[in-house]
Each structure stands twice: as structure tokens, then as C-alpha cells.
Design a protein around this ligand. Structure first.
Ligand code: MF3
Ligand code: CO
Length: 278
């Protein structure tokens, strides 16, 4: 647990523009992996598609070699929550697939994830994916307080929990894995919790960059790790979804570094200004 003593890395606008370059490479790599995700493809095929985009862009995959992680992306299927290792697993109709990717440009990191359901879609899985996506965007939008940045990091967990509760379905919000600061490294303080806490968390400031990444299940919040020491699954076998974006905080708004449009569509719909980054 963080007690607010950690040094938080604040970025200059110039550094954030480099992070946007990394973020846009991640967005393109995720799009390629998503396009490759169909029944009959292996999870390694998705990894190859993302790796090709990152190499073509002259960027570096940030997951590969991170604590000896052996791939460019994580592909987590069905009851797998996060950190699934791509391999010879063949995707099946109806699989719920979460894809997570990170890349580095000139030393600056981007990190993003998405979930999708392959045909034939179970509507209950599609609903989970959509609630998780909405929870992520509500969590991002909550960083803006109306006429300036919100006061404290608590707003993210509050908004994610409200979005999940608002669905009226008894989903679980995973607590063992959380979002994080991002910048000169993939994982920096602070932890970004996806649930409500009473403690007063960190004060939000311009120049902060945060990865917002709720992981939501159709059942329990309890997780287990497989013998590969990476793959995290739900303890009850229920399916899980994961969405993530890296976001920069400015005095005049937010910029979603890993979204093609900087977050304009989803933030605009929530009355949140996109910062003037250029
Ligand atoms: N992208 C994950 C996160 O959001 C980290 C992946 S762990 C790795 O924090 F080893 F695969 F890199
Ligand atoms: Co992350």
C-alpha cells in the first residue's frame, strides 16, 4: 500500500508528446492483434501481428524480457484475467479475448489493453466487455473535476466502482492487480486502484501520466496464478475482461495517449476537455 511518500514523475509537454508516439504505436499494434483474433488463429498469431507493427515503427516492445516475460503482448482468454502468455492455443468461437500491449519510443512508454468476444458471442460476455470498457472511460473521465483536474486519485476507483455497480449485475472488481503511473518506465508509482477506499490518495497534478486498467469478472474477485508463473485466472473460473489506456493530465484537460483520437470521442461525451497537446 502506498502512503503518499513515493516520488511521482511529472512530465513536460515535450516528454508527453514522446509518450503519445509510444501510445499510438501501441494503439496500432493492438488493432493488428485484434484483427488477427478470430477462431482458428493461435494466440501466438496475435503476438506476431503486434510485434510486426512495433518493429515497423522502430519502437521497442516493453513486455518482452520484463521479468523474463517471453512475448510482446499478453493474451488472456476466458477465465484468464491478465498476463496470459501467447502460444499455440487455438482461439475458439465464443472466446473472450483480452489483449494487452506496451511499447517504448525514445525511452518513453505506452500501455493499453482491450477485450473482445469472438463469434458466436454470448451476450453475457459482451455485456461484461462493455461494462469494463465503460468503467475504464468513466475512471479516466473522473480525473477531470469540472473546471480543473479532480482533487485526488480516489476519483478513479470511485468511478470504476460506480460504473460496475450501475450495471446492476453482480460483477467482481479484481483488487490484486491495479493501474499504475507510467512514463520513463512501464510501472511507476502511484498504484491506481479500481475500487473505492476511505484513505485520501495522491493529489492529482498536471504532468502526471497514469495507466487506468480495470479488470472485471462475472464472478469472484479472487484470482490464482498458473504454474507458468504469469497467467492470472479467476479462482471460480468465471470469465474476465480487461481494458486499459495511458492518460496524461494537464491543467486544461486530459490526453489519452493510447487512443487514436486522444480520447476526444469518449471524453467529449462525458464533458471532459481534451488538452491542447500541440
Ligand atoms: N501491461 C501490464 C500492465 O498493464 C503489464 C504486463 S506484464 C508483462 O501492467 F510482463 F507482460 F510485461
Ligand atoms: Co498497465
Amino acid at each position: 500500500m502506498a502512503f503518499g511518500r513515493e516520488k511521482i514523475e511529472l512530465k513536460t509537454p515535450e516528454q508527453i508528446r514522446l509518450m503519445r508516439r509510444a501510445g499510438l504505436v501501441v494503439a496500432e499494434a493492438l488493432a493488428a492483434a485484434k484483427a488477427a483474433a478470430r477462431p482458428g488463429a493461435t494466440t501466438a498469431d496475435l503476438d506476431g501481428a503486434a510485434a510486426a507493427v512495433i518493429a515497423q515503427a522502430g519502437a521497442t516492445p516493453s513486455f518482452l524480457g520484463y521479468y523474463d516475460y517471453p512475448a510482446t503482448i499478453c493474451v488472456s482468454v476466458n477465465e484468464e484475467v491478465v498476463h496470459g502468455i501467447p502460444g499455440d492455443r487455438v482461439l475458439q468461437p465464443g472466446d473472450l479475448v483480452s489483449i494487452d500491449c506496451g511499447a517504448i519510443v525514445e525511452g518513453w512508454h505506452g500501455d493499453s489493453a482491450l477485450s473482445l468476444v469472438l463469434d458466436d458471442i454470448d451476450p453475457a460476455d459482451a455485456a461484461l466487455v462493455e461494462v469494463t470498457r465503460k468503467a475504464m472511460w468513466d475512471g479516466i473521465a473522473a480525473l477531470w473535476g469540472g473546471d480543473g483536474l479532480a482533487d485526488r486519485l480516489n476519483v478513479v476507483g470511485d468511478a470504476v466502482e460506480d460504473a460496475v455497480d450501475g450495471s446492476g449485475i453482480g460483477y467482481g472488481i479484481v483488487e490484486e492487480y491495479v493501474g499504475h503511473g507510467i512514463g520513463s518506465q512501464m510501472h511507476l508509482p502511484p498504484d491506481v486502484l479500481n475500487y473505492r477506499v476511505r484513505d485520501r490518495l495522491l493529489k492529482l497534478k498536471p504532468g502526471m501520466c497514469l495507466a487506468i486498467e480495470p479488470m472485471i469478472t462475472r464472478g469472484t474477485i479472487a484470482t490464482e496464478t498458473l504454474d507458468d508463473d504469469w497467467t492470472v485466472i479467476t479462482a471460480d473460473g468465471s470469465r474476465a475482461a480487461h481494458w486499459e489506456h495511458s492518460v496524461a493530465l494537464f491543467e486544461d484537460g486530459l490526453w489519452v495517449l493510447t487512443a487514436d483520437d486522444g480520447g476526444l470521442a469518449e471524453l467529449g461525451a462525458r464533458g471532459v476537455p481534451v488538452a491542447a497537446l500541440d
